[in-house]
Design a protein around this ligand. Structure first.
Ligand SMILES: Nc1nc2c(ncn2[C@@H]2O[C@H](COP(=O)(O)OP(=O)(O)OP(=O)(O)O)[C@@H](O)[C@H]2O)c(=O)[nH]1
Ligand SMILES: [K+]
Ligand SMILES: [Mg+2]
Length: 442
């Protein structure tokens, strides 16, 4: 039998209300020990005094709520203690729980893990719980909610069902065929497998938008020294995140700020100015990192100093591609209108704020284009991508298999790969990795 676990479910620190969650067979008796009274009816909030069971010391006047197995988040008996969120109150209750036999502090993600183990959630839904807690923007919240409601799990389970049927077909062929077995997969099953392989391919070929939406779109600001990259970063972040100075070669390390652009999460990075003659090995390393970041970014903002027009820094020009927004900065110093229309530059002044709104709109447009999710549930994790890739490869092998027995084995492998995503098959080794990323109390 499972132990009974408890943890503070809300953020640590002072707060109006703090919730301590208890889950397991001993949840009810733990509540009784704290209140010294009979248990309240399930799903009815009751205001009651909590006392230290040993000393009788009053701990709090709390709103308590209990759920009985299996009708709870974890599928076990659950008690929630809604406490006044003072540190001494929370510590007192946690310490009192620690003295009760059979209870222990929960590990990170353990409540959600139990929900998974009790069949309340599949793995994609459990992962979505973590994503929802981490969601910082509207688009991230939408994606996490959709996944938590089971959209992704249903899609994968549906595919798995189709494979199970295909497999039954192939196995029937093997069992009932005369001695002269037909080579490979029977014609009736072939289109099913080929069709699914195609669907998986197009699901995989989404430009990684679901994964990016979880992580944030990476935008790198690049340009020559003193073009005003750090000034631009600060203006977009609305705070002094990066050092600005008139000295060329100020920025060396990558400075990152997180932005919410129209509901889309963005990681905006300031980088060292690009130039041949670095002042020292530190700047040289900075430039190497800048180039590396530019190469890995989803979108680049190439900044040019409007005062040096029509000459444009060649190293920066070199980096421009279809994922680049070109910016002419310092337009307060020099008008840059009508120059280089081929680059469709956005004219800004990081100093006066001119044109920044336009730049924000442009970047939001780029983000929406790369992150917006359609009505179909999107792939959100590298773990899912790896399993789907494996599934598809197995299906393609099945189509080529010279014998139905071999095809059956490949379809079985494909089905297992799908099952691992939702947690229907051999995931024991994966669980620690997945739930480790949760915080305690979730
Ligand atoms: N007039 C004017 N000056 C600006 C503008 N943007 C930046 N500057 C100035 O240009 C200088 C360089 O700005 P930074 O933001 O440090 O430039 P950077 O591109 O980050 O420079 P490095 O980190 O050295 O590559 C500073 O003196 C800024 O105050 C602008 O829009 N107008
Ligand atoms: K500078
Ligand atoms: Mg800088």
């Amino acid at each position: 039998m499972n132990t009974t676990i408890y943890a503070l479910a809300t953020a640590p620190g002072r707060s109006g209300v703090a919730v301590v969650r208890i889950s397991g067979p001993g949840a009810g008796s733990a509540l009784a020990a704290l209140t010294g009274r009979p248990l309240p009816a399930p799903r009815r909030a009751v205001l009651t005094k909590l006392r230290d069971p040993k000393s009788g010391d009053a701990l709090d006047d709390a709103l308590v709520l209990r759920f009985t197995a299996p009708a709870s988040f974890t599928g076990e008996d659950v008690v929630e203690l809604h406490l006044h969120g003072g540190r001494a109150v929370v510590t007192g209750v946690i310490e009192a729980l620690a003295t009760l036999p059979g209870l222990r502090l929960a590990e990170p993600g353990e409540f959600t893990r139990r929900a998974f183990e009790n069949g309340k959630l599949d793995l994609t839904e459990a992962e979505a719980v973590a994503d929802l807690i981490d969601a910082e923007t509207t688009a991230q919240r939408r994606q996490a909610l959709r996944q938590m409601e089971g959209a992704l799990g249903k899609l994968y389970d549906g595919w798995r069902e189709r494979l199970t049927r295909a497999l039954a077909h192939i196995e029937a062929d093997i069992d009932f065929a005369e001695d002269d077995l037909p080579g490979g997969v029977a014609d009736a099953v072939r289109p099913v497998i080929a069709g699914l392989a195609r669907e998986i391919a197009s699901h995989l070929d989404d430009g990684g938008r679901g994964e990016r939406l979880r992580e944030g779109l990476h935008i790198a600001i690049v340009g020559a020294p003193n073009a005003g990259k750090s000034s631009l970063l600060n203006a977009l972040a609305r705070r002094d995140a990066a050092i600005v100075s008139a000295r060329a070669g100020t920025t060396r390390d990558i400075i990152e700020v997180h932005l919410d652009l129209g509901g889309y999460p963005v990681v905006l990075a300031d980088t060292a100015g690009l130039r041949e003659a670095a002042a020292d090995e530190v700047e040289e390393e900075g430039i190497r990192r800048a180039r590396d970041r530019a190469a890995r970014a989803d979108v680049k903002v190439a900044v040019f100093d409007a005062a040096t027009l029509p000459d444009l820094d060649p190293a920066t020009l070199d980096l421009i591609d279809r994922d680049t927004v070109v910016v002419f900065n310092k337009t307060d110093l020099a008008a840059a209108t009508d120059l280089r229309p081929d680059l469709s530059p956005i004219l800004v002044s990081a100093q006066t704020g001119d044109g920044l709104k336009l730049l924000e709109e442009k970047l939001t447009e780029f983000s929406a284009d790369r992150l917006a999710i359609g009505s179909a549930p999107s792939l959100t994790r590298a773990r899912h991508r790896a399993a789907l890739t494996e599934c598809r490869e197995s299906l393609l092998r099945a189509l080529e298999a010279p014998l139905p027995e071999l095809a059956a084995e490949d379809v079985r492998l494909a089905s297992r790969a799908l099952g691992r995503i939702t947690g229907r098959v051999d995931v024991e080794d994966l669980l620690d990795v997945i739930f480790r990323d949760f915080c305690i109390g979730k």
